[in-house]
Design a protein around this ligand. Structure first.
Ligand SMILES: C[S@@+](CC[C@H](N)C(=O)[O-])C[C@H]1O[C@@H](n2cnc3c(N)ncnc32)[C@H](O)[C@@H]1O
Length: 234
């Protein structure tokens, strides 16, 4: 469902300019998420058609994916999960690694986190996250480099970042920075990492809908715990 007002229209125009440098003819527009209607995000227009892209334009999109212009299936699942289980974040400092649009960070703030840091190496993602935080009337701290986070973190949340096998190396680093980690992932089917355990499975889809294979609509949740951590109230 699209969300319209004068302020949104100004932001839509700014984000549309950023989006069109990667995806020709695309528009950014604020819309509510199907599985998390409490949250609205500036995303790629739902009626975008890629049918007329030239091969060169397609190549540019693949080289520089505007991840922030979609809410990924795992982002929807993890945002829904935190809103339904606020005990995970209540009163805690939560860091959303690979925040993209900021959907999970925003859910953590709405669910009662004391502080939320949204981290992404893509400056356009951080810009979109800032606008999305304002749209949802929550405060986030933005961070472009996980290594620069010095404040104590209670929980790291991670949604659809393991698509790149190189990112699996982050799993052990997360547990050096925080006592608990909550991962949502739709890509890795044989997930196995020390100190991480499967906790749940949900279905969702990337929004706007990318018509992905059904297997990518299945999202697994994993909890990581540094040794000697007391159980979280859920
Ligand atoms: C598929 S998107 C998921 C976005 C969001 N979590 C969601 O579920 O909608 C992955 C995001 O991870 C970010 N990312 C990948 N590697 C990263 C890294 N090393 N540090 C921070 N962000 C990273 C990308 O820039 C991108 O925004």
């Amino acid at each position: 469902m699209a969300v319209h007002n004068t302020y949104n229209d100004t932001i839509n125009r700014e984000l549309t300019r950023s989006l069109q440098s990667a995806i020709p003819n695309a528009r950014a527009e604020a819309c509510r998420l199907p599985d998390v209607p409490e949250i609205a995000l500036y995303l790629l227009n739902c009626d975008y058609s890629s049918a007329e892209l030239t091969p060169e334009q397609t190549r540019r999109i693949m080289d520089y994916p505007a991840y922030w212009s979609f809410c990924w299936a795992s982002g929807q699942v993890l945002a829904r999960y935190l809103l339904d289980h606020p005990g995970w974040v209540n009163g805690r400092h939560v860091l959303d690694f690979g925040c993209g649009s900021g959907v999970v960070a925003i859910a953590a703030a709405l669910a009662g986190a004391a502080q939320v840091t949204a981290c992404d190496l893509d400056p356009d993602a951080l810009n979109a996250t800032a606008h999305n935080a304002a749209l949802n009337k929550v405060q986030l701290t933005l961070c472009s480099d996980f290594a620069h986070v010095t404040a104590p973190i209670d929980l790291i949340v991670v949604a659809d970042v393991l698509y790149d096998a190189a990112n699996l190396g982050w799993l052990s680093r997360f547990l050096q920075k925080a006592p608990e980690v909550l991962i949502a992932d739709s890509r890795v089917k044989d997930f196995s990492a020390p100190n991480y355990a499967w906790i749940d499975r949900r279905r969702s889809r990337t929004w706007p809908d990318l018509d992905e294979f059904d297997e990518f609509r299945e999202v697994n949740l994993y909890r990581g715990r540094a040794t000697s951590v007391p159980a979280t109230a859920t």
